[in-house]
Design a protein around this ligand. Structure first.
Ligand code: 6PG
Length: 256
């Protein structure tokens, strides 16, 4: 794995998807273990999409993963599709199937959204209340998640902060509903202020289909994509990518 200090955080370039999954898992466990060691617990917002599955098997079956203090972790979701809880499109449900259900941790440590398929606005308000209560926040305060895991779409979106969508300009809400025109669907998402208030944000980006936009996101001074708005106030931002996703980056060692 090559590591470089980019303009948008530390970038780890893995040789392929397999190494990407392993290295992400290592970093994920390091972050959880360090946080639990310091505070006795860890708050994590998981990513949706397909890429996280590359990491989950390592979290569950590696020696380092088996040693992690999972029973001290509270799991939230960074964004949710407004579909039924048992839909194959439901992000938290996929995280349960691929990872959470195999950890044997208390149900009270799992924090999914509710009724997102029935009423996105009410579901977003309810999730925001859940987060505010869990973190003990006053109005106007933002939660400081210990770790937020994010993917990036080929259009440079992260969580459900899609280009040209209303949520991009949300500066007060912790969580908001967001209608995504091109998908003709509603989403629930953490907002930029919430993500940028986190202690650690870990992007995981795999595949050639993202390489052109990823090069722009990581190397251009021009801010054109939602993922470029992830600028932590006081936290560690890391990008874990594979060589396929790094293909168009000038700074990637494998391209020099
Ligand atoms: C979602 C996600 C989204 C995802 C990216 C990358 O609900 O789709 O949260 O932000 O992380 O679209 O998705 P893939 O990992 O499937 O490429």
């Amino acid at each position: 794995m090559d590591t470089l200090n980019g303009k948008r955080g530390t970038v780890h370039v893995c040789k392929d998807a397999a190494e990407l999954g392993l290295q992400c898992a290592r970093s994920f466990v390091d972050s959880v273990t360090e946080t639990v060691g310091k505070t006795g617990q860890c708050t994590v917002a998981l990513s949706g999409g397909h890429t996280p599955h590359l990491m989950y098997e390592h979290l569950l079956s590696s020696d380092f993963g088996k040693r992690a203090p999972w029973d001290k972790v509270h799991f939230f979701i960074g964004d949710e599709r407004c579909v039924a809880v048992d839909s194959p499109e439901n992000n938290f449900n996929n995280a349960r199937d691929q990872f959470l259900n195999r950890l044997n941790i208390p149900a009270s440590h799992l924090h999914p959204t509710y009724n997102q398929d029935k009423d996105p606005a009410a579901s977003a308000l309810s999730y925001e209340k859940t987060v505010k209560q869990f973190f003990g926040l006053k109005d106007g305060e933002f939660p400081r998640f210990d770790l937020i895991h994010l993917g990036m779409g080929p259009d440079g979106h992260c969580a459900s902060l899609f280009p040209e969508s209303k949520a991009l300009t949300e500066g007060k809400r912790i969580v908001t509903e967001n209608f995504v025109e091109k998908l003709s669907s509603w989403r629930i998402t953490l907002t930029f202020p919430t993500i940028n208030h986190a202690s650690n944000v870990m992007f995981m980006v795999q595949g050639e289909d993202k390489s052109e936009v990823l090069a722009e996101v990581l190397e251009s001074d021009v801010v054109s994509y939602p993922a470029q708005h992830i600028v932590l106030e006081q936290g560690k931002l890391q990008w874990f990518i594979d060589r396929a996703a790094a293909r168009d980056m000038c700074s990637a060692p494998s391209n020099r």
